[in-house]
Design a protein around this ligand. Sequence first.
Ligand SMILES: C[S@@+](CC[C@H](N)C(=O)[O-])C[C@H]1O[C@@H](n2cnc3c(N)ncnc32)[C@H](O)[C@@H]1O
Length: 234
Amino acid sequence: MKKDDIYAKPMDPLPSFSFNEKVADVFDDMISRSVPCYKETQMLIANSALNFYQEGTTIYDLGCSTGETLKTISQLSSKINKMIGIDYSLPMIEKAKIKCKDISNIRFVYDDVLNIKFENTSVVILNYLLQFMTIPKRVELLINIKESLLPNGAVVIFEKIVSKNFKNDFINIHELFKEQQGYSKMEIKQKREALENVLVPLTYEENKKLIQDAGFTKVEKCFQYLNFCGIMCS
Ligand SMILES: C[S@@+](CC[C@H](N)C(=O)[O-])C[C@H]1O[C@@H](n2cnc3c(N)ncnc32)[C@H](O)[C@@H]1O
């Protein structure tokens, strides 16, 4: 796994964060050192997918990046009919294709998730995707998913959220976690600034409302570590 040192040197001007080639190259290291419990939540997502999967149907992973989630599912079960990962970053899709080249039931599609016509869908995974979309696009996507989901199907969403009561404390504690993962204070500060207006988090309650407004009637938090939250809905 290539080490993430993108923000290790001072950058002036500091470009806005994007899922470009440089980021795709170090993404697996970046996300596992930046998102607390990343490995554990991959397992939680994979086991949830297996729980809701219906024989002969398709599992979609939206904003799949390098394909880690679908690879994890395939390691836990060989019985899935079809899995489709979608991402609008070509370098990410290329990495995902290489990572999963020997897994025949996984296909990766280079496209915007809003262009996808979901078919025969029992499970949809959105692992840290919505936060990168505008609010109207989040709503549009959630409605598209809800309208295509098979009865008893489910959606697993993970989002970075904003704490209502401990906003700055959660951010500070998360930054301590990142320092303990080997990032310097300067790297943390530059990445935070690069992500401003690119990653736009909502509170859990705001996310829940968007999901309910899209037509989901069962919405429940299944994970939280500081400002990282998992939500299950159907
Ligand atoms: C934080 S990463 C997701 C991490 C990944 N799901 C995982 O489990 O490791 C967000 C991904 O969403 C993709 N993305 C953001 N908006 C998108 C959109 N509208 N359509 C397709 N992909 C999108 C980005 O290119 C990026 O690869």
